[in-house]
Design a protein around this ligand. Structure first.
Ligand SMILES: [Fe+2]
Length: 188
């Protein structure tokens, strides 16, 4: 059984993302994926193996993982990363500004998420665009930063104005858990 995490930030304190928006997202959507994952895994364990369940297995599991990544790094003050992660961004993208420009361009190409991933095989950072929760995965890469671009992440606050939501997301970013994940995965 997978257990949902507790909300790791104060929903009253986000800037530009309302308590109602983030609470719907956390309680209904995120917890729905955890519930869905448990249900499907129970069926699979009983031998109920079919295409629907196998598709649902990765959809719900990835939905859980990516939402937990997303919520882990909200509640901060924005800005830029420090230390080894910043060094690596400069090494792989030229500068933080160049990385962010490319990351933002990816948000127009994705129908689900944009992820900053660390690939432990080529030892590089990559911006990946993901459709749904599980289309676009590279198996040697782990997400360290994730932006949810599903309409359920912003429509209550911004309607179709996705770019305002993306700006708010960056203003609330806490780089610490992102830096910690990078250190954890960056083992050569
Ligand atoms: Fe979501």
């Amino acid at each position: 059984m997978h257990k949902p995490i507790k909300m790791p930030f104060n929903p009253d304190k986000l800037k530009g993302i309302s308590k109602k928006q983030i609470t719907y997202h956390f309680e209904k959507h995120y917890k729905g994926y955890v519930k869905g994952r448990n249900k499907i895994e129970k069926g699979l364990a009983k031998g109920d193996i079919n295409r629907g369940n196998k598709k649902g297995e990765t959809h719900n599991a990835s939905g859980q993982v990516l939402h937990e990544t997303y919520f882990s790094h909200l509640g901060g003050k924005g800005g830029e990363p420090k230390g080894n992660l910043m060094k690596k961004i400069k090494e792989d993208f030229g500068s933080f500004a160049k990385w962010k420009k490319r990351f933002l361009a990816c948000t127009k190409a994705a129908r689900g998420w944009v992820l900053l991933c660390y690939d432990w095989k080529d030892h590089k950072l990559h911006n990946y665009a993901v459709d749904f929760h599980d289309q676009g995965a590279v198996w040697s890469a782990s997400p360290i930063l994730a932006i949810d671009l599903w309409e359920h992440a912003y429509y209550f606050d911004y309607g179709p104005d996705k770019s305002k939501y993306i700006e708010a997301f960056f203003n609330n970013l806490n780089w610490k858990p992102i830096e910690e994940r990078f250190e954890k995965y960056n083992k050569k």
